[in-house]
Structures are given as C-alpha cells and as structure tokens.
Ligand binder design. Structure first.
Ligand SMILES: *[C@@H]1O[C@H](CO)[C@@H](O)[C@H](O)[C@H]1NC(C)=O
Ligand SMILES: *[C@@H]1O[C@H](CO)[C@@H](O)[C@H](O)[C@H]1NC(C)=O
Ligand SMILES: *[C@@H]1O[C@H](CO)[C@@H](O)[C@H](O)[C@H]1NC(C)=O
Length: 155
C-alpha cells in the first residue's frame, strides 16, 4: 500500500516535471494519406518552422521568421477546397494563433476548414466520434488525474 502510494506520487511527479520541461510531443503528418497514420514528433524549432511554411502556403497573415517562441503547441489543420484537400499535423510556436489566419484568396472560394491548436502531449489526433460512455469515463479519469497532479505539483 505504502509502496503503491509512493509509486503513484513519483509517477505523477515525473509527469509534472516532463510537462513543465516543455518537451511537447505532437502527431506529425503532411498529407491526408499520411495523417491516417501520423507519426509522433518532439517539438523543436525545425518542426515549428515547417508548420510556419505550411501555414504560409495556405493562409495569409502568418507571422514572419522574426516571430518565434521557446515553447510549442500542437496543431492539426484540415482544409478542403473545390480542387484539393490538405491535412497537416505538427508543432507550432506557442505564440502562433494557427487557426485564426484567413485562408489564402487563391483557395478561399469554396472551402471547409477544421483546425485546432492545443498544448498537451499528442493532443492533435484526428477528431473522432465520441461514445458518450467513453467521454464520461475519460472525464472522470481526467478529473482525478488533474486533481492529483495539482496536489503534487503545487506544494
Ligand atoms: C527556424 O526559423 C528561425 C527563424 O524564424 C531560424 O532562426 C531557425 O534557425 C530555424 N530553425 C531551424 C532548425 O531551421
Ligand atoms: C518582423 O518583420 C516584419 C516584416 O517582415 C517587420 O514589419 C516587423 O517589425 C518585425 N518585427 C520585429 C519584432 O522585428
Ligand atoms: C460529440 O458529442 C456531442 C454531444 O453529444 C456533439 O455535439 C459533438 O458534435 C460530438 N462530436 C463528434 C466529433 O462527434
């Protein structure tokens, strides 16, 4: 019992340290086909630069190369136009608002877009259907974990 408690505390503590050390990992892929089976990537400026290049291709008002950050977020983006479908997942600089940039007029005639930016490890999977029971269980588990993280991280 004691041992179990110690182990849980250590695990949670380790999780805290990892999270706050900001070694964020995100799903990464660059095409609709790739994104069916995305790889995982540890964020760094190289990855964030790639996302900047991707965003620049499709959107306007994306910040320039003098706008960077030491911390990162995960991004997933899907843009469907009358002639093309673009899917992308990756890391971005945390000061980006990746989903807020307007679609390049070249593509904007008929388009649908789904985009999300988030800051937890591999938080950018495909949007998937939600079983309500699963959602409830996940919420409960998440609440317990968050509470315990909170207790152990904030002394
Ligand atoms: C990413 O872009 C910045 C400029 O915004 C540059 O200074 C940096 O070297 C680039 N990083 C990599 C790994 O290419
Ligand atoms: C970044 O570059 C843009 C033009 O590329 C410039 O207008 C802006 O002042 C620069 N910002 C900084 C912080 O240097
Ligand atoms: C998940 O369920 C909620 C409410 O039941 C619904 O509004 C939402 O669209 C669902 N999300 C997906 C991805 O199916």
């Amino acid at each position: 019992m004691r041992t179990a408690e110690v182990l849980v505390t250590l695990a949670v503590f380790g999780f805290c340290c990892l999270t706050f050390a900001n070694s964020l990992r995100c799903y990464s892929c660059t095409s609709t086909k790739d994104c069916k089976k995305p790889s995982k990537l540890e964020c760094n400026s190289d990855a964030a630069n790639k996302t900047r290049d991707y965003l620049n291709l499709l959107y306007t008002g994306v910040p320039g190369t003098n706008f960077t950050s030491l911390s990162f977020v995960c991004v997933r983006d899907w843009l469907k136009t009358s002639s093309n479908e673009f899917t992308y997942k990756g890391c971005a600089y945390s000061n980006y608002q990746s989903c807020s940039y307007p679609v390049n007029p070249y593509y904007s005639q008929h388009h649908e877009r789904k985009c999300a930016q988030c800051n937890r490890d591999v938080c950018n999977p495909a949007a998937r259907a939600n079983g309500s029971l699963l959602t409830v269980i996940t919420t409960i588990v998440a609440t317990v974990v968050v509470k315990s993280v909170w207790r152990n991280c904030i002394f």
